[in-house]
Design a protein around this ligand. Structure first.
Ligand code: CO
Length: 298
């Protein structure tokens, strides 16, 4: 790198390393009998102790749950041998957001190995297809082909996305099937590529409302507690589990109409779902993967 690299790019790289470390911790902790609440707290604690903030609550969706499951503070559910667990983690440094995911079969069996391999291969193929000025559709095609090569289906209702400061899903979608996007990549753009592979039909149905929320708009300035929460999370997703004490819990209750609540996404036909995700920067020569671990202490 030349000396002229702007500091903001370093913030994205730092967020990427921290998110990757948190993702790997989550994968290691996903053993039979582990609680999803404890894993979420450990993963989010890792992000904070490394100098970033969680960009969204740890998503620990299991089996037919494709996305948006995070435990609440009373969740005592335990992982079972053979569960297919998606560990989808975000970290941000001053609004520079990294988003990354992997899938683990709890207990290390082989039932989900084919699905996990499909998601990872699709991610690698998608990353290779990124070109500055290139078509988003090239990535979508590479992702879909890799998954179909294993006789599985991409989940067409879930997409990768461009990322901007404090904006997890900025303007651009990166579909997991071709033919849906006419966008192109720009140098310097930050994007998340996130293939989902399933042995079901590849469509999503909204399940019950979960424990992930987001401010739709800023709260009134005369509500100091809500204003403080907005200052902390802005428009990023968060969870009531992060409320610090009864005053913040009451504020979230009061501010309910300002909050959007995310439903848990389920594979519509009951298929199992595996996911893999990296955040990458579109560089002059192609993708720079940001969500890679940083080595000792990183
Ligand atoms: Co994402």
């Amino acid at each position: 790198m030349s000396g002229g690299e702007a500091p903001p790019t370093e913030a994205w790289r730092t967020a990427g390393r921290i998110a990757a470390g948190a993702r790997e911790l989550g994968v290691r902790l996903a053993v039979p009998g582990a609680s999803r609440r404890e894993i979420a707290e450990a993963v989010e604690g890792y992000v904070r102790s490394h100098g970033a903030e969680p960009a969204f609550p740890a998503n620990l969706s299991r089996n037919v749950e494709a996305a948006h499951y995070t435990p609440d503070s009373t969740d005592e559910g335990r992982l079972l041998l053979g569960d297919l667990l998606k560990v989808d983690v975000g970290a941000h440094v001053d609004g520079a957001v990294a988003d990354t995911a992997d899938t683990v079969e709890v207990g290390g069996g082989r039932r989900g190995a084919h699905l996990i391999a499909a998601a990872r291969e699709a991610l690698a193929a998608g990353v290779r297809a990124v070109r500055p000025g290139g078509a988003v559709d090239d990535v979508s095609r590479a992702v879909a082909e890799a998954i179909r090569a294993r006789g599985l289906n991409p989940v067409r209702d879930l997409t990768g996305h461009s990322i901007e400061r404090y904006l997890l899903h900025a303007g651009k979608s990166i579909p997991n099937v071709p033919g849906l996007s006419s966008d192109r990549f720009e140098v310097g753009e930050i994007i998340a590529i996130e293939p989902f592979a399933t042995n079901g039909e590849g469509r999503i149905a909204s399940g019950p409302f979960g424990h992930i929320v987001r401010f739709r708009r800023p709260p009134p300035a005369d509500d100091a507690e809500l204003a403080r929460l907005y200052g902390r999370f802005r428009t990023l997703p968060f969870t009531p589990r992060w409320a610090r004490g009864p005053a913040e819990r009451a504020a979230l209750e009061r501010g309910r109409r300002l909050l959007q609540t995310y439903p848990v996404f389920l594979e519509r036909s009951g298929g199992l779902v595996a996911q893999a995700e990296h955040t990458v920067r579109v560089g002059p020569a192609g993708a720079e993967v940001l969500t890679v671990p940083g080595g000792p202490g990183g």
